[in-house]
Design a protein around this ligand. Structure first.
Ligand SMILES: C[S@@+](CC[C@H](N)C(=O)[O-])C[C@H]1O[C@@H](n2cnc3c(N)ncnc32)[C@H](O)[C@@H]1O
Length: 409
């Protein structure tokens, strides 16, 4: 089957929302063997191959037996798509083949005020069906696929009723507290007036840790970086170049990796297979790597634009670069302090990569919020925050900025 690309189209109405292209799972022109596309879509909810974008042979549709009768009105398309992704190779064309008109008065939004709840239930039913369907088929031994389905199911499964009713109890109890006491409590919890904020154990000019929180657990930025790599693990494969060492290549690429190379600016670093300065790197071969894993490195190169041109040059057609850079961050206390030139915003990261890569093939993400930013600059670890505190994305507080860019095949 051939997978095109959809423009999420708000501009038809002069709406104050930008049009955007659906993110691609792989570089345009790549042929993806089954069930890799399904694994990728499950790992990264934002990646989808809307059904209106597909060109599928009729015999493939017949071979998988179409959709399932029990899915009607919701998710019947995703059921069919999953069956195809499990059995049929996919060509990622990257061509825009449809416009998906966005409007507030859409049939689905207005038809039912509980649309979001219905969607959540339908997604859970879809994933439960998918789980049993995979168990009964030829991919039942695929551990990576199983993990991806289990992770998607864990997100889609609502919290146990017990917790919901505990929340309801707390809300009911709150109503019994007199309003003036409630106001007082709110002020103590989140005081807005200058002078009322209690800084507690953060009231020091010395951070809790000067080592990004490595000495306390997993640093907050590593939580985001590793989440980004896990979502894009299907792109880590073939010949992979990683900066520093090959730990992320092996952890996220597994047996998809045919060769793991390591780049360092200094040849003395153990495991180095290429010693080069990314800003000017004749030592690195052109069109050689299927994937470059470049975590927390670009900010150490003064001429970042030249480094990104190198990345584009050394990628094979069809290759992917997975890069992360610091946003809101302390500067390190180790040797990298000597060349720590930059922090980036999502916008500067986008413009930087768009100078070397095709703009439509550059995807930029950000993670962080005020709480995780404070925790990170103080050197608290990710384990000291709750997942929901880490996962909330506030555009004003980018702690980690990530770029995924493709070179067309
Ligand atoms: C802080 S480490 C980051 C890499 C590590 N894998 C990580 O995720 O933290 C910095 C790495 O950037 C590399 N580096 C620094 N400047 C460089 C340059 N100009 N060109 C290429 N690599 C560079 C160093 O060799 C080192 O491995």
């Amino acid at each position: 089957m051939v997978c095109g690309r959809t423009l999420h189209w708000s501009g038809w109405d002069d709406a104050p929302v930008d049009d955007f292209l659906s993110p691609l799972p792989f570089a345009p022109g790549t042929v993806v063997p089954p069930p890799q596309l399904l694994r990728s879509v499950l790992r990264w909810g934002a990646v989808s191959t809307p059904i209106c974008n597909l060109l599928v042979r009729a015999e493939a549709l017949r071979a998988v037996g179409g959709s399932e009768d029990r899915f009607r009105g919701a998710y019947e398309d995703q059921v069919l798509l999953s069956k195809l992704e499990l059995e049929v190779p996919a060509v990622i064309s990257g061509q825009r083949t449809s416009r998906y008109r966005q409007h507030a008065a859409s049939h689905t939004t207005t038809a039912n005020p509980q649309a979001a709840q219905i969607e959540a239930t339908a997604r859970l039913q879809f994933l439960q069906w998918l789980s049993s369907y995979i168990d009964a088929g030829r991919h039942r031994e695929d551990r990576v696929l199983r993990d991806a389905v289990d992770a998607a199911l864990a997100v889609a499964t609502p919290a146990p009723r017990r917790l919901a009713s505990a929340g309801a109890l707390a809300r009911a109890a709150a109503h019994r507290v007199p309003p003036q006491v409630q106001r007082q409590l709110r002020r103590v919890a989140r005081p807005r007036r200058p002078g009322l904020v209690r800084l507690g154990s953060l009231a020091s000019t010395e951070p809790v840790s000067r080592f990004f929180g490595f000495d306390r657990g997993l640093p907050v930025d590593r939580y985001y970086i590793e989440g980004f790599l896990a979502e894009n693990a299907e792109n880590v494969g073939g010949r992979v170049l990683e900066v520093g060492d090959s730990s992320y290549t092996l952890r996220f690429g597994g047996d998809r990796v045919t060769r793991a190379d390591v780049l360092n600016v200094d040849a003395a670093m153990p495991g180095t297979t290429f010693a080069a300065d990314l800003a000017d790197a004749p030592e690195l071969p052109s069109e050689a790597f299927d994937c470059v894993v470049l975590t927390q490195t670009l900010h150490l190169v003064y001429d970042m634009a030249a480094a990104v041109r190198t990345l584009h040059r050394i990628l094979r057609p069809g290759g992917t670069v997975l890069a992360t850079v610091p946003g809101i961050s302390p500067v390190s206390a180790d040797r990298w302090a000597e060349t720590w030139y930059w922090s980036l915003t999502p916008l500067s990261a986008r413009l930087l990569f768009e100078e070397a890569f095709e703009p439509d093939l550059v995807e930029v993400r950000q993670w962080g919020n005020v709480l995780s930013a404070v925790a990170f600059v103080e050197g608290l670890s990710a384990q000291e925050l709750r997942p929901q505190e880490l996962d909330r994305v506030d555009p004003q507080y980018p702690v980690t900025v990530a770029v995924r860019a493709f070179k067309p095949a």
